[in-house]
Design a protein around this ligand. Structure first.
Ligand code: TYM
Length: 332
């Protein structure tokens, strides 16, 4: 039986952080065993913010290296750069004819960009979800492992697939969000302001490339408060976030014991953060070291990306041929 198809991507706009790791990459690594996987570095999406051409290549190579260091096996998955698959912009163009200005303008991530970057509201930003739909549909994927922040984009991909199917005939599956434990993991910034991200407060974001002392410093500065005064109080979201990180990196009995002390109003956040910092250091060190090692061998990374692109193109050229035929563009 053929395996279900999985697609996901990460923008090459900076260093990968715990949100990317726990929200996405961890699922990729689990999925590679049982699915036909296409994972890519979204360098076209990164162009919306006009990155320096001198830095783009090293960013793409670093994101690829960090994925592999996190456990992705390029023999099991196709790992490639988005811009190496010309079928993606081809499908993007086709889907753009089925996407409407009104619906694109309503997308919260677009509205946020318009508010915060008034000087660069380009058409690529507006059609960002269409390009993302093309990334997914070009392999006719069934499952897409992403963090909570991408769910709305995925819903749009389903809409575009459905619209294509209604107009031209049943062709695209409607891709679904996938996570192994079903819970959407959302890692918050350590200052308590919104989600952890590549571009917001870097001192409140833990990057996979941070050294031991930087990790310790950032965790010790994480937002806390004077602690609960009533037994079994509800946790503020920034405290919940520390417990989540602990649950993801510490031994279960350690997390349990701090939870008990929270519930009985005896929690000492200083001790909790010290423990979390040490567990995080131990968790990230092997990933950081392996990523650094991989980045030293540019030839090997180039080979991996090239092979991944070959596999990505084999899959996407079939889709484009099928779509063209349905659309009446099969002239020869
Ligand atoms: P990007 O590069 O912002 O993030 C990559 C992945 O990391 C997840 N993520 C988080 N998860 C939990 N908590 C956080 N704080 C957090 N921050 C980021 C994201 O949900 C995502 O899964 N548009 C996409 C890239 C993309 C894509 C695609 C993804 C382009 N085409 C096709 C899937 C399929 C993006 O900007 O992700």
């Amino acid at each position: 039986m053929s395996k279900e198809i999985v697609v996901s991507g990460i923008r090459s706009t900076g260093y990968l952080h715990l949100g990317n790791y726990f929200g996405a990459i961890q699922n990729y690594v689990l999925m590679q065993e049982n699915y036909e996987c296409y994972f890519f570095v979204a360098d076209y999406h990164a162009l919306t913010t006009h990155p320096d051409p001198k830095e783009l290549k090293s960013n793409v190579f670093r994101v690829a290296a960090e994925n592999i260091a996190s456990g992705l096996d390029p023999n099991k998955v196709a790992l490639f750069a988005q811009s190496d698959i010309p079928e993606i912009p081809e499908l993007y163009l086709m889907l753009n004819m089925l996407a409407y200005k009104g619906e694109l303008e309503k997308v919260p991530t677009f509205k946020e960009k318009v508010r915060n970057h008034t000087d660069n509201v380009n058409a690529g930003l507006l059609t960002y979800p269409v390009l993302m739909a093309a990334d997914i549909l070009v392999h006719r994927a069934a499952k897409v492992p992403v963090g909570k922040d991408q769910e709305q984009h995925l819903e749009m991909a389903r809409n575009f697939a459905e619209r294509f199917n209604n107009r031209y005939g049943d062709f695209f599956p409607e891709p679904q969000v996938f996570r192994f434990n079903n819970d959407a993991v959302k890692i918050m910034s350590l200052d308590g302001n919104g989600k952890m991200s590549k571009s917001e407060n870097v001192n409140a974001t833990i990057f996979l490339s941070d050294d031991d002392n930087t990790i310790r410093k950032k965790i010790m500065k994480a937002k806390t408060d004077a602690g609960p005064t009533e037994h079994n109080s509800e946790m503020p979201d920034y405290i919940q976030n520390l417990f989540l990180l602990m649950q993801l990196t510490s031994r279960p009995e350690v997390t349990e014991s701090f939870k008990n002390s929270f519930n009985t109003c005896t929690v000492r956040y200083g001790d909790m953060k010290k423990q979390l910092a040490e567990d995080m250091v131990a968790f990230l060190r092997p990933i950081r070291e392996k990523a650094a090692e991989l980045q030293k061998d540019e030839d090997a990374l180039r080979r991996i990306l090239k092979e991944g692109a070959d596999r990505g193109r084999a899959s996407s050229s079939k889709t484009i041929a099928g779509a063209r035929k349905l659309m009446g563009m099969n002239y020869y």
